[in-house]
Design a protein around this ligand. Structure first.
Ligand SMILES: Cc1cc2nc3c(=O)[nH]c(=O)nc-3n(C[C@H](O)[C@H](O)[C@H](O)COP(=O)(O)OP(=O)(O)OC[C@H]3O[C@@H](n4cnc5c(N)ncnc54)[C@H](O)[C@@H]3O)c2cc1C
Length: 389
């Protein structure tokens, strides 16, 4: 059996775990990441690529603002720009009620500095000849943007390695426990058994993190979500913003090469680890896309996909120390919005390890909020799509 002794172990090499390892390695700590696949192979590398603060719950905005600063220095941090552009994120209103919701959000988010600008339907019709369908107006967050997740997320893991972290890919953690003096993980790496030990353990296992939390007596009501995604062949550039619609039925962005990335509707699970876009969701998405962006008529879809993301009933992540085991920290359950916030979540986890606190308020993300859930499941009416086994 192989052995690995470290100061800190991180389970999961998605954007959150890799960002945490990077921050810890840069602080001079001995840290190892155990990733069962390739780093960034799951949600972090296959998501839509929206780097948006607009639309987030107020409790997430301090963390999202911090992430916003990190994204601005991405090249210095991870060595590539990851096709990150501050294109603006525009949310469209199709009814007066939608517009009111956008106005209310602009007001709510004002103290956090998102600088959201409300745009009337008349101005949109004048300025955006590429926009089709009924448009009441919308809200633009000019410094929100988009990036290529396939480039960005693995680059966080490479930067962590360059900073001194040990990153073990193809290393699945099968069992986790604490023997009274250290965390002990039983894993398989390169076809061989591996035992890893450390004083600190960070659980960044994404949609699969619930099983690890349960190993330490913390049951969280995790479910999984599977957004359907599609991408078109490249066409001449016409779409300046990353675009969403109030109510959330469709979102789209155009990359520099000309392909339009579309998201909306739900996919289905293939097994515990994989999901696919459903035919129904893609067939529902396409007429909406053409109505919204007439330039997409007759354009070919070249690929569809989905992924597995972890949801908690209140749609907030778990980010902070364990309530049952000293030295254990959790960072998971980022729902459909962990790509933007992931780098800041990783840094916050590193701060908790290094200094036992983070300047960013994390109370709303405490794992202990689910103690009450077990007693009163009816207080969270969200119907689970699928329980993570
Ligand atoms: C299709 C799709 C579109 C999305 N669009 C956006 C978007 O536009 N903007 C946005 O902000 N967010 C988006 N998201 C959400 C975002 O991708 C996730 O919230 C974020 O990537 C979560 O990062 P993570 O590091 O927590 O999880 P992951 O990327 O899932 O990483 C967790 C890692 O843990 C590993 N792991 C699990 N169990 C073990 C184990 N036992 N041993 C070792 N390793 C293990 C997994 O292999 C995985 O690599 C989208 C998600 C999907 C699926």
């Amino acid at each position: 059996m192989k052995r690995l002794d470290s100061e800190i172990l991180v389970i999961g090499g998605g954007i959150v775990g890799s960002a945490a390892a990077l921050a810890l390695a840069r602080a001079g700590r001995r840290v190892a990441v155990l990733e069962r696949d390739l780093c960034g192979a799951r949600s972090s590398g296959i998501n839509y690529g929206g780097v948006r603060r607009q639309g987030r719950a107020a409790v997430q905005l301090p963390l999202a603002q911090r992430a916003h600063h990190i994204w601005s220095g991405l090249r210095e941090l991870i060595g590539i720009d990851g096709e990150y552009v501050r294109s603006g994120h525009f949310k469209l209103a199709r009814s007066a009620a939608d517009m009111q919701a956008l106005e209310a959000y602009a007001e709510l988010s004002r103290p956090y500095g998102l600088d959201i600008e409300l745009i009337s339907g008349e101005r949109l019709r004048r300025q955006c000849p590429w926009l089709g369908g009924a448009v009441m107006g919308g809200s633009l967050c000019p410094e929100d943007g988009q990036a290529n997740p396939r480039l960005v997320s693995p680059a966080f893991a490479r930067a962590a390695t360059a900073a001194g972290a040990a990153v073990l890919e193809g290393c699945e953690v099968l069992q986790a426990g604490h023997d009274g003096s250290a965390f002990v993980l039983e894993a398989r790496h390169g076809g061989q058994a591996l035992q890893a030990r450390a004083a600190v353990l960070i659980n960044c296992a994404g949609a699969w993190a619930g099983k690890l939390a349960a190993a330490f007596g913390e049951d969280v009501p995790m479910t999984s979500g599977h957004p359907s995604m599609a991408v078109t062949e490249p066409i001449p550039h016409f779409l300046p913003w990353s675009l969403g619609v109030e109510g959330g039925s469709i979102y789209c962005r155009q990359v520099a090469r000309g392909n339009v990335v579309l998201g909306g509707g739900r996919g289905y699970v293939l097994d515990a680890d994989r999901a696919r876009a459903s035919h129904d969701s893609i067939l529902g998405l396409l007429p909406q896309a053409v109505e919204l962006l007439p330039a997409l008529r007759h354009v070919q879809i070249i690929r569809t996909w989905s992924g597995v993301e972890g949801y908690l009933p209140d749609r907030q992540p778990v980010l902070g120390p364990s309530a049952t085991q000293a030295g254990l920290f959790h960072g998971f359950g980022f729902c459909g919005a962990g790509f933007q916030i992931g780098p800041a979540a990783g840094e916050a986890l590193a701060e908790l390890v290094l200094r036992a606190r983070s300047p960013v308020p994390l109370d709303a993300f405490s794992i202990s909020r689910f103690n009450a859930v077990a007693a009163d499941a009816s207080s969270h009416p969200l119907v689970p799509e699928r329980k993570i086994s």
